[in-house]
Design a binder for this molecule. Structure first.
Ligand code: TGC
Length: 399
Protein backbone atom coordinates (compact mmCIF):
# COMPACT_ATOMS: atom_id res chain seq x y z
CA UNK A 1 0.00 0.00 0.00
CA UNK A 2 1.17 3.53 -0.70
CA UNK A 3 2.56 5.50 2.24
CA UNK A 4 0.00 8.15 1.27
CA UNK A 5 -2.83 5.69 1.85
CA UNK A 6 -5.85 4.89 -0.31
CA UNK A 7 -5.99 8.30 -2.00
CA UNK A 8 -2.87 7.35 -3.97
CA UNK A 9 -4.31 5.84 -7.14
CA UNK A 10 -1.34 6.56 -9.44
CA UNK A 11 1.58 5.11 -7.45
CA UNK A 12 2.78 8.44 -6.14
CA UNK A 13 4.57 6.22 -3.63
CA UNK A 14 7.18 5.39 -6.28
CA UNK A 15 8.19 9.04 -6.56
CA UNK A 16 9.75 9.06 -3.10
CA UNK A 17 12.85 7.37 -1.66
CA UNK A 18 12.69 5.06 1.35
CA UNK A 19 14.37 7.75 3.44
CA UNK A 20 11.80 10.37 2.41
CA UNK A 21 8.92 8.02 3.21
CA UNK A 22 10.46 7.10 6.57
CA UNK A 23 10.64 10.77 7.50
CA UNK A 24 6.99 11.31 6.52
CA UNK A 25 5.91 8.31 8.60
CA UNK A 26 7.90 9.56 11.59
CA UNK A 27 6.11 12.91 11.43
CA UNK A 28 2.81 11.08 10.98
CA UNK A 29 3.41 9.12 14.20
CA UNK A 30 4.05 12.38 16.03
CA UNK A 31 0.80 13.81 14.62
CA UNK A 32 -1.14 10.65 15.49
CA UNK A 33 0.16 10.53 19.04
CA UNK A 34 0.36 14.20 19.96
CA UNK A 35 -1.98 16.22 17.76
CA UNK A 36 -4.89 13.99 16.71
CA UNK A 37 -6.11 13.05 20.20
CA UNK A 38 -6.18 16.71 21.30
CA UNK A 39 -6.87 18.83 18.26
CA UNK A 40 -10.67 19.06 18.69
CA UNK A 41 -10.22 20.41 22.20
CA UNK A 42 -7.43 22.82 21.23
CA UNK A 43 -9.49 24.07 18.31
CA UNK A 44 -12.68 24.42 20.33
CA UNK A 45 -10.90 26.26 23.15
CA UNK A 46 -8.64 28.27 20.82
CA UNK A 47 -5.46 26.90 22.36
CA UNK A 48 -2.06 26.79 20.72
CA UNK A 49 -0.20 23.93 22.45
CA UNK A 50 3.25 25.40 23.17
CA UNK A 51 4.17 22.24 25.10
CA UNK A 52 4.64 20.29 21.84
CA UNK A 53 7.26 22.70 20.46
CA UNK A 54 10.35 21.07 22.05
CA UNK A 55 9.27 17.74 20.58
CA UNK A 56 9.01 19.36 17.15
CA UNK A 57 12.55 20.62 17.73
CA UNK A 58 13.76 17.12 18.58
CA UNK A 59 12.17 15.78 15.40
CA UNK A 60 14.17 18.36 13.43
CA UNK A 61 11.04 20.10 12.12
CA UNK A 62 12.08 23.67 12.97
CA UNK A 63 14.11 25.27 10.21
CA UNK A 64 14.44 21.77 8.82
CA UNK A 65 15.56 22.89 5.35
CA UNK A 66 18.39 25.03 6.75
CA UNK A 67 21.94 23.77 7.15
CA UNK A 68 24.10 24.18 10.27
CA UNK A 69 23.16 26.09 13.44
CA UNK A 70 21.43 23.00 14.84
CA UNK A 71 19.06 22.71 11.85
CA UNK A 72 18.29 19.38 10.20
CA UNK A 73 19.49 20.28 6.69
CA UNK A 74 16.71 18.32 5.01
CA UNK A 75 15.81 18.59 1.31
CA UNK A 76 12.91 20.63 -0.01
CA UNK A 77 10.95 17.45 -0.75
CA UNK A 78 11.51 16.18 2.80
CA UNK A 79 10.40 19.52 4.17
CA UNK A 80 7.29 19.31 1.98
CA UNK A 81 6.49 15.80 3.13
CA UNK A 82 6.78 16.88 6.76
CA UNK A 83 4.52 19.89 6.08
CA UNK A 84 1.77 17.72 4.59
CA UNK A 85 1.92 15.31 7.53
CA UNK A 86 1.64 18.19 10.00
CA UNK A 87 -1.22 19.80 8.12
CA UNK A 88 -3.05 16.45 8.02
CA UNK A 89 -3.16 17.12 11.76
CA UNK A 90 -4.06 20.80 11.60
CA UNK A 91 -3.10 23.82 9.47
CA UNK A 92 -2.49 25.86 12.62
CA UNK A 93 0.34 23.57 13.71
CA UNK A 94 1.90 23.46 10.25
CA UNK A 95 1.62 27.26 10.25
CA UNK A 96 3.71 27.43 13.43
CA UNK A 97 6.44 25.36 11.75
CA UNK A 98 6.26 27.64 8.68
CA UNK A 99 6.40 30.87 10.65
CA UNK A 100 9.25 29.60 12.78
CA UNK A 101 11.33 27.92 10.07
CA UNK A 102 10.41 29.36 6.70
CA UNK A 103 9.83 32.95 7.78
CA UNK A 104 11.60 33.94 10.99
CA UNK A 105 14.55 31.53 10.83
CA UNK A 106 14.91 31.90 7.04
CA UNK A 107 15.08 35.68 7.41
CA UNK A 108 17.97 35.39 9.87
CA UNK A 109 19.62 32.59 7.89
CA UNK A 110 19.42 34.36 4.52
CA UNK A 111 19.95 37.95 5.57
CA UNK A 112 21.38 37.96 9.11
CA UNK A 113 24.87 38.64 10.49
CA UNK A 114 26.89 35.75 11.88
CA UNK A 115 26.15 37.06 15.40
CA UNK A 116 22.40 37.10 14.72
CA UNK A 117 22.57 33.55 13.35
CA UNK A 118 24.58 32.26 16.32
CA UNK A 119 22.31 33.98 18.81
CA UNK A 120 18.97 32.82 17.46
CA UNK A 121 19.10 29.87 15.06
CA UNK A 122 20.23 27.06 17.40
CA UNK A 123 17.70 28.13 20.06
CA UNK A 124 14.92 28.33 17.49
CA UNK A 125 15.84 24.99 15.88
CA UNK A 126 15.62 23.33 19.28
CA UNK A 127 12.26 24.95 20.00
CA UNK A 128 13.62 26.85 23.00
CA UNK A 129 12.94 30.20 21.31
CA UNK A 130 10.00 31.15 19.14
CA UNK A 131 10.03 33.62 16.27
CA UNK A 132 7.49 35.62 14.31
CA UNK A 133 7.60 37.58 11.06
CA UNK A 134 6.05 41.04 10.87
CA UNK A 135 5.42 42.18 7.32
CA UNK A 136 1.65 42.68 6.97
CA UNK A 137 -0.02 45.77 8.44
CA UNK A 138 -3.63 46.76 9.10
CA UNK A 139 -3.60 48.72 5.81
CA UNK A 140 -0.85 46.88 3.92
CA UNK A 141 -1.72 43.27 3.09
CA UNK A 142 -1.31 42.30 -0.56
CA UNK A 143 0.66 45.51 -1.09
CA UNK A 144 3.48 45.44 1.47
CA UNK A 145 5.26 48.31 -0.34
CA UNK A 146 2.63 50.60 1.18
CA UNK A 147 3.71 49.76 4.77
CA UNK A 148 3.79 52.69 7.17
CA UNK A 149 5.91 51.16 9.94
CA UNK A 150 9.06 53.27 9.95
CA UNK A 151 12.61 52.76 11.20
CA UNK A 152 14.65 55.90 11.69
CA UNK A 153 18.27 56.05 12.84
CA UNK A 154 19.12 58.67 15.46
CA UNK A 155 22.48 60.42 15.95
CA UNK A 156 23.74 57.57 18.17
CA UNK A 157 23.17 55.05 15.36
CA UNK A 158 20.27 53.37 17.19
CA UNK A 159 17.18 52.45 15.17
CA UNK A 160 13.77 53.63 16.44
CA UNK A 161 10.76 51.67 15.16
CA UNK A 162 7.18 52.93 15.13
CA UNK A 163 4.07 51.40 13.56
CA UNK A 164 1.65 48.51 13.58
CA UNK A 165 1.71 44.98 12.18
CA UNK A 166 -1.34 42.72 11.87
CA UNK A 167 -2.10 39.03 11.27
CA UNK A 168 1.28 38.08 12.65
CA UNK A 169 1.40 34.42 13.65
CA UNK A 170 2.58 33.59 17.18
CA UNK A 171 3.66 37.15 18.05
CA UNK A 172 2.31 37.02 21.62
CA UNK A 173 4.38 33.89 22.28
CA UNK A 174 7.50 34.77 20.30
CA UNK A 175 10.87 35.65 21.83
CA UNK A 176 12.02 37.38 18.68
CA UNK A 177 10.21 39.23 15.90
CA UNK A 178 11.55 39.94 12.42
CA UNK A 179 10.04 43.34 11.72
CA UNK A 180 10.09 44.81 8.22
CA UNK A 181 10.03 48.60 8.27
CA UNK A 182 10.37 51.51 5.90
CA UNK A 183 13.70 53.30 6.16
CA UNK A 184 13.03 55.47 3.13
CA UNK A 185 9.97 57.24 1.80
CA UNK A 186 6.62 55.62 2.53
CA UNK A 187 5.29 53.89 -0.59
CA UNK A 188 8.65 52.79 -1.96
CA UNK A 189 9.65 49.13 -1.72
CA UNK A 190 13.37 49.73 -1.95
CA UNK A 191 13.69 51.38 1.48
CA UNK A 192 12.21 48.39 3.28
CA UNK A 193 14.63 46.71 5.73
CA UNK A 194 14.35 43.93 8.27
CA UNK A 195 15.12 44.16 12.00
CA UNK A 196 15.71 41.49 14.62
CA UNK A 197 13.58 42.62 17.55
CA UNK A 198 13.64 40.76 20.88
CA UNK A 199 10.01 40.91 21.96
CA UNK A 200 10.92 42.08 25.46
CA UNK A 201 12.25 45.35 24.01
CA UNK A 202 10.34 48.28 25.59
CA UNK A 203 7.65 49.58 23.23
CA UNK A 204 6.94 46.18 21.62
CA UNK A 205 3.39 45.04 22.33
CA UNK A 206 1.54 42.08 20.81
CA UNK A 207 -2.15 41.33 21.29
CA UNK A 208 -3.87 38.18 20.05
CA UNK A 209 -6.75 38.59 17.57
CA UNK A 210 -9.76 36.81 19.07
CA UNK A 211 -13.13 35.47 17.83
CA UNK A 212 -11.55 33.77 14.82
CA UNK A 213 -13.48 31.17 12.83
CA UNK A 214 -10.32 29.72 11.31
CA UNK A 215 -6.91 28.63 12.65
CA UNK A 216 -8.29 28.37 16.14
CA UNK A 217 -5.44 26.15 17.35
CA UNK A 218 -3.00 28.91 16.42
CA UNK A 219 -2.47 32.54 17.36
CA UNK A 220 -2.54 35.56 15.05
CA UNK A 221 -1.73 38.93 16.49
CA UNK A 222 -1.55 42.66 16.14
CA UNK A 223 1.80 44.19 17.05
CA UNK A 224 2.20 47.81 18.09
CA UNK A 225 5.69 49.32 17.97
CA UNK A 226 6.06 52.50 20.00
CA UNK A 227 9.53 54.06 19.91
CA UNK A 228 11.14 50.62 19.94
CA UNK A 229 14.84 51.42 20.31
CA UNK A 230 17.31 48.94 18.84
CA UNK A 231 21.08 48.98 18.46
CA UNK A 232 22.52 49.57 14.98
CA UNK A 233 23.38 45.85 14.89
CA UNK A 234 19.66 44.89 14.92
CA UNK A 235 19.26 45.45 11.18
CA UNK A 236 19.50 42.41 8.88
CA UNK A 237 22.70 43.55 7.19
CA UNK A 238 22.91 41.47 3.99
CA UNK A 239 22.51 43.19 0.61
CA UNK A 240 19.92 40.50 -0.19
CA UNK A 241 17.68 42.14 2.43
CA UNK A 242 17.67 45.60 0.85
CA UNK A 243 14.13 46.29 -0.34
CA UNK A 244 11.09 44.06 -0.57
CA UNK A 245 13.00 41.19 -2.09
CA UNK A 246 14.26 40.58 1.50
CA UNK A 247 10.88 39.48 2.89
CA UNK A 248 9.72 38.06 -0.46
CA UNK A 249 12.58 35.52 -0.43
CA UNK A 250 11.26 34.29 2.92
CA UNK A 251 7.67 34.25 1.64
CA UNK A 252 8.85 31.98 -1.20
CA UNK A 253 9.92 29.43 1.41
CA UNK A 254 6.66 29.60 3.32
CA UNK A 255 4.56 29.48 0.14
CA UNK A 256 6.51 26.42 -0.95
CA UNK A 257 5.63 24.66 2.31
CA UNK A 258 1.96 25.51 1.80
CA UNK A 259 1.94 23.77 -1.61
CA UNK A 260 2.58 20.50 0.24
CA UNK A 261 0.92 21.29 3.54
CA UNK A 262 -2.57 21.76 2.14
CA UNK A 263 -2.41 18.38 0.43
CA UNK A 264 -2.16 16.89 3.92
CA UNK A 265 -5.40 18.60 4.94
CA UNK A 266 -7.05 17.36 1.72
CA UNK A 267 -5.76 13.81 2.23
CA UNK A 268 -6.98 13.74 5.81
CA UNK A 269 -10.43 14.97 4.71
CA UNK A 270 -10.51 12.24 2.06
CA UNK A 271 -9.49 9.52 4.52
CA UNK A 272 -12.14 10.64 6.96
CA UNK A 273 -14.96 10.52 4.44
CA UNK A 274 -13.76 7.28 2.83
CA UNK A 275 -13.90 5.61 6.25
CA UNK A 276 -17.34 7.13 6.87
CA UNK A 277 -18.63 5.91 3.51
CA UNK A 278 -17.76 2.36 4.56
CA UNK A 279 -19.40 2.62 7.97
CA UNK A 280 -22.46 4.79 7.55
CA UNK A 281 -25.53 2.95 6.34
CA UNK A 282 -28.57 4.66 4.82
CA UNK A 283 -31.44 3.08 2.87
CA UNK A 284 -30.01 -0.34 3.65
CA UNK A 285 -26.51 0.10 2.23
CA UNK A 286 -23.25 1.74 3.24
CA UNK A 287 -22.91 5.16 1.62
CA UNK A 288 -19.94 3.82 -0.33
CA UNK A 289 -22.22 1.43 -2.21
CA UNK A 290 -24.04 4.33 -3.90
CA UNK A 291 -22.80 5.55 -7.26
CA UNK A 292 -23.16 9.15 -6.17
CA UNK A 293 -20.73 8.57 -3.29
CA UNK A 294 -18.25 6.73 -5.49
CA UNK A 295 -18.17 9.43 -8.16
CA UNK A 296 -17.55 12.04 -5.48
CA UNK A 297 -14.75 9.97 -3.91
CA UNK A 298 -13.21 9.38 -7.33
CA UNK A 299 -13.21 13.08 -8.19
CA UNK A 300 -11.66 13.88 -4.82
CA UNK A 301 -8.91 11.29 -5.29
CA UNK A 302 -8.13 12.52 -8.82
CA UNK A 303 -7.84 16.13 -7.66
CA UNK A 304 -5.64 15.21 -4.69
CA UNK A 305 -3.41 12.97 -6.82
CA UNK A 306 -2.83 15.90 -9.19
CA UNK A 307 -2.07 18.19 -6.26
CA UNK A 308 0.62 15.82 -5.00
CA UNK A 309 2.12 15.64 -8.49
CA UNK A 310 2.32 19.42 -8.60
CA UNK A 311 3.94 19.57 -5.16
CA UNK A 312 6.38 16.83 -6.11
CA UNK A 313 7.40 18.54 -9.36
CA UNK A 314 8.00 21.87 -7.65
CA UNK A 315 9.82 20.15 -4.79
CA UNK A 316 12.21 18.25 -7.06
CA UNK A 317 12.74 21.45 -9.03
CA UNK A 318 13.59 23.30 -5.80
CA UNK A 319 16.11 20.60 -4.87
CA UNK A 320 17.75 20.61 -8.31
CA UNK A 321 17.90 23.92 -10.16
CA UNK A 322 15.65 26.02 -7.91
CA UNK A 323 12.22 27.60 -8.26
CA UNK A 324 10.95 30.88 -9.67
CA UNK A 325 8.19 33.00 -8.08
CA UNK A 326 5.64 32.03 -10.80
CA UNK A 327 6.33 28.34 -10.18
CA UNK A 328 5.61 28.79 -6.50
CA UNK A 329 2.49 30.78 -7.38
CA UNK A 330 1.15 27.97 -9.59
CA UNK A 331 1.49 25.51 -6.71
CA UNK A 332 0.21 27.76 -3.91
CA UNK A 333 -2.75 28.96 -5.97
CA UNK A 334 -3.98 25.62 -7.20
CA UNK A 335 -3.21 23.35 -4.27
CA UNK A 336 -5.02 25.73 -1.89
CA UNK A 337 -7.99 25.81 -4.25
CA UNK A 338 -8.07 22.01 -4.51
CA UNK A 339 -7.62 21.45 -0.78
CA UNK A 340 -10.41 23.77 0.28
CA UNK A 341 -12.79 22.36 -2.32
CA UNK A 342 -12.10 18.76 -1.30
CA UNK A 343 -12.37 19.56 2.42
CA UNK A 344 -15.78 21.13 1.72
CA UNK A 345 -16.86 18.16 -0.42
CA UNK A 346 -15.88 15.83 2.40
CA UNK A 347 -17.88 17.88 4.90
CA UNK A 348 -20.91 17.68 2.66
CA UNK A 349 -20.64 13.91 2.40
CA UNK A 350 -20.48 13.63 6.19
CA UNK A 351 -23.93 15.20 6.45
CA UNK A 352 -24.83 16.72 9.79
CA UNK A 353 -22.02 14.84 11.53
CA UNK A 354 -19.61 16.87 9.43
CA UNK A 355 -20.32 20.09 11.27
CA UNK A 356 -18.88 18.78 14.54
CA UNK A 357 -15.27 18.58 15.64
CA UNK A 358 -15.66 14.78 15.73
CA UNK A 359 -14.69 14.94 12.06
CA UNK A 360 -11.82 16.89 10.54
CA UNK A 361 -13.03 18.23 7.15
CA UNK A 362 -14.88 21.37 8.27
CA UNK A 363 -12.00 22.25 10.62
CA UNK A 364 -9.63 21.83 7.68
CA UNK A 365 -11.88 23.85 5.35
CA UNK A 366 -12.13 26.67 7.88
CA UNK A 367 -8.36 26.65 8.39
CA UNK A 368 -7.79 26.66 4.66
CA UNK A 369 -9.68 29.94 4.37
CA UNK A 370 -6.68 31.46 6.15
CA UNK A 371 -4.08 29.43 4.27
CA UNK A 372 -5.63 30.44 0.97
CA UNK A 373 -5.45 34.08 2.03
CA UNK A 374 -2.07 34.39 3.73
CA UNK A 375 1.25 34.30 1.89
CA UNK A 376 -0.46 35.77 -1.15
CA UNK A 377 -4.15 35.57 -2.01
CA UNK A 378 -5.39 33.73 -5.10
CA UNK A 379 -5.39 37.05 -6.95
CA UNK A 380 -1.79 37.90 -6.01
CA UNK A 381 -0.69 34.54 -7.39
CA UNK A 382 -2.87 34.77 -10.49
CA UNK A 383 -1.37 38.19 -11.23
CA UNK A 384 2.15 36.91 -10.57
CA UNK A 385 1.55 34.19 -13.16
CA UNK A 386 -0.15 36.73 -15.43
CA UNK A 387 2.89 39.01 -15.22
CA UNK A 388 5.18 36.12 -16.11
CA UNK A 389 2.99 35.24 -19.10
CA UNK A 390 2.54 38.73 -20.49
CA UNK A 391 5.48 40.70 -19.17
CA UNK A 392 3.01 43.28 -17.86
CA UNK A 393 2.50 43.86 -14.14
CA UNK A 394 -1.22 44.37 -13.46
CA UNK A 395 -1.23 44.66 -9.65
CA UNK A 396 -1.92 48.39 -9.60
CA UNK A 397 -4.56 50.04 -11.76
CA UNK A 398 -1.98 52.57 -12.99
CA UNK A 399 0.73 50.05 -13.94
P1 TGC B 1 7.86 43.97 -7.14
O1 TGC B 1 8.24 45.26 -7.83
O2 TGC B 1 7.25 42.89 -7.93
O3 TGC B 1 9.13 43.41 -6.36
C1 TGC B 1 9.89 44.20 -5.49
C2 TGC B 1 11.25 43.54 -5.39
O4 TGC B 1 11.11 42.22 -4.89
C3 TGC B 1 11.52 41.25 -5.87
N1 TGC B 1 10.56 40.15 -5.81
C4 TGC B 1 10.88 38.95 -5.32
N2 TGC B 1 12.03 38.47 -4.86
C5 TGC B 1 12.03 37.20 -4.43
N3 TGC B 1 10.93 36.43 -4.46
C6 TGC B 1 9.74 36.89 -4.90
N4 TGC B 1 8.66 36.11 -4.88
C7 TGC B 1 9.68 38.21 -5.37
N5 TGC B 1 8.69 38.99 -5.87
C8 TGC B 1 9.24 40.17 -6.13
C9 TGC B 1 11.51 41.98 -7.19
O5 TGC B 1 12.41 41.41 -8.11
C10 TGC B 1 11.93 43.37 -6.76
O6 TGC B 1 13.33 43.35 -6.52
P2 TGC B 1 14.23 44.66 -6.77
O7 TGC B 1 15.63 44.19 -6.62
O8 TGC B 1 13.91 45.12 -8.17
O9 TGC B 1 13.83 45.65 -5.73
O10 TGC B 1 6.92 44.37 -5.92
P3 TGC B 1 5.44 44.89 -5.87
O11 TGC B 1 5.38 45.90 -4.78
O12 TGC B 1 4.96 45.27 -7.25
O13 TGC B 1 4.64 43.60 -5.35
C11 TGC B 1 4.24 42.56 -6.11
C12 TGC B 1 3.38 41.55 -5.31
C13 TGC B 1 1.93 41.96 -5.28
C14 TGC B 1 3.55 40.20 -6.01
C15 TGC B 1 3.90 41.43 -3.86
O14 TGC B 1 3.70 42.60 -3.17
C16 TGC B 1 3.24 40.29 -3.07
O15 TGC B 1 3.69 39.14 -3.14
N6 TGC B 1 2.20 40.61 -2.27
C17 TGC B 1 1.62 39.62 -1.35
C18 TGC B 1 2.20 39.80 0.00
C19 TGC B 1 2.02 38.61 0.91
O16 TGC B 1 2.11 37.46 0.50
N7 TGC B 1 1.81 38.88 2.17
C20 TGC B 1 1.76 37.87 3.22
C21 TGC B 1 2.75 38.24 4.28
S1 TGC B 1 3.04 37.07 5.52
C22 TGC B 1 2.80 37.90 6.99
O17 TGC B 1 3.10 39.03 7.19
C23 TGC B 1 2.13 37.16 8.04
S2 TGC B 1 1.38 35.65 7.53
C24 TGC B 1 2.29 34.48 8.27
C25 TGC B 1 2.03 34.43 9.76
O18 TGC B 1 2.65 35.19 10.51
O19 TGC B 1 1.18 33.58 10.19
Amino acid sequence: ESFLGPVDQINLDALFSDEEKALALKVRSFVDETIRPNIAEWYDNAVFPTEIIPEMGKLGLLGMHLKGYGCAGRSAVEYGLAAQELEAGDSGLRTFVSVQGSLAMSAIYKHGSEEQKQEWLPEMAAGRAMGCFGLTEPTAGSDPASMTTVARQDASGDWILNGKKRWIGLATLANVAIIWAQTGEIGGGRGVRGFVVPTDTPGFEAVAITQKMSMRASVQCEITLTDVRLPASAILPADSAIGLKGPFQCLNEARYGIIWGVMGAARDSFNEVLRYAGERTQFGNPLGAYQITQTKLADMAVAINKGYLLAHQIGRQKDSSGTTPPMISVGKLDNCRVAIEEARNAREMLGGNGITLDYSPLRHANNLESVRTYEGTDEVHQLTIGRALTGIGAFAATE
